[in-house]
Design a binder for this molecule. Structure first.
Ligand SMILES: Cc1cc2nc3c(=O)[nH]c(=O)nc-3n(C[C@H](O)[C@H](O)[C@H](O)COP(=O)(O)OP(=O)(O)OC[C@H]3O[C@@H](n4cnc5c(N)ncnc54)[C@H](O)[C@@H]3O)c2cc1C
Length: 303
């Protein structure tokens, strides 16, 4: 129920305006979002690096519907890659194709993606591609396939909850894809996606084993202890060492576990969202864990 209300809240422009214009709400969001500016994200990345943790810079914003918004996102990402290289940070960037014009002008999106990938490669920064809702999955896979042929370092997020995912991965196998495996953050209909926690976990474990056999340098984007334990065990069974894969976390979540993994020699990378468009991101995080909603409401009323 809370979950459904939050998914509704994520899509409500009116509520979004009311919350994002509230300075107290903006401050409370800082637990999960580095800040509004690129400098805030770079600072967060440097702090993570000082603790032996890599970062993934993510400019918040999705479903950009006008080309000026697209131009702004492309420029921000280019600036981010330049700054990461200039400051010698251990950081990738992660992009959403809908920010690059995927649903407005696909040719422009292809050109923008090529521009970002080319620029990042020139300064030695890796690029990751987020996976968005199921309407964008087929095209995102297609664009990844084209991108990964020219830029094999590119990593794609793949959602374990989607029923189609095992077949999608089989189709990508010849590319030896770099994948970030996640459960999936979007509300999807039962025909397209597993709904039960147990089923999603089972598929995540199956895909983890698959990635150790067919992928390159897999990343596991989860805070779920059971899935992290499974990946550690599966790596040993596949003859992989801790340098052959990484765990990825969201900013502000399970810092205890991040530390424990680093202390045990694992590679850890934290996804650092920044930018003014933090509202849909934050409501998705609250839908995953209603305790975060309580945290946010308490911060709003100053307790
Ligand atoms: C690095 C990274 C990148 C991602 N990229 C994408 C993407 O491109 N596309 C996409 O659809 N999804 C993405 N996701 C989100 C993902 O799909 C899940 O929605 C999210 O990770 C929650 O699932 P979980 O595996 O952590 O398991 P859950 O069952 O949600 O959580 C397991 C445990 O982790 C902790 N936890 C989880 N979430 C939170 C939270 N919000 N606040 C506090 N504690 C929490 C709790 O202890 C919880 O019991 C990404 C996640 C990560 C970590």
């Amino acid at each position: 129920m809370v979950n459904r209300v939050l998914m509704w809240a994520a899509a409500s422009p009116r509520l979004q305006r009311q919350v994002t214009e509230n300075p107290v709400a903006r401050r409370a969001a800082h637990r999960f979002v580095a800040g509004a500016r690129l400098e805030d994200a770079l600072e967060a990345a440097a702090e993570l690096n000082s603790r032996g943790i890599g970062s993934i810079l993510d400019l918040l914003g999705e479903g950009v519907e006008d080309l000026s918004g697209v131009g702004h996102a492309v420029a921000e990402y280019e600036e981010a890659t330049q700054a990461i290289a200039a400051q010698g940070l251990d950081s990738t960037i992660s992009i959403k194709l809908s920010q690059l014009g995927q649903t407005v002008d696909r040719d422009a999106c292809v050109a923008n993606l090529g521009r970002i990938l080319g620029g990042a490669k020139a300064v030695g920064v890796r690029v990751e591609i987020d996976m968005e809702d199921s309407t964008l999955v087929p095209d995102t896979l297609e664009l990844f396939r084209e991108a990964a042929t020219a830029h094999p370092q590119t990593r794609l997020a793949i959602q374990a909850m989607l029923r189609r995912t095992p077949l999608d991965l089989e189709a990508l196998a010849p590319l030896k894809p770099r994948v970030r495996l996640v459960k999936g953050a979007y509300a999807e209909p039962v025909e397209l996606a597993q709904q039960g926690k147990g089923e999603i976990r089972a598929q995540f474990k199956f895909l983890t084993d698959w990635l150790f056999r067919h992928g390159v340098d897999p990343a596991f984007g989860t805070h779920d202890d059971e899935l992290i334990a499974h990946a550690r065990k599966a790596a040993v069974q596949a003859g992989k060492g801790p340098e052959d894969f990484e765990f990825q976390f969201l900013y502000g979540i399970r810092r205890d576990l991040q530390r424990e993994l680093v202390d045990n020699g694992h590679r850890v990378r934290v996804y650092v969202p920044f930018g003014s468009a933090w509202y849909p991101y934050l409501t998705r995080r609250m839908a995953e864990r209603p305790a975060n909603l309580l945290f946010f409401l308490r911060a709003l009323v100053g307790r």
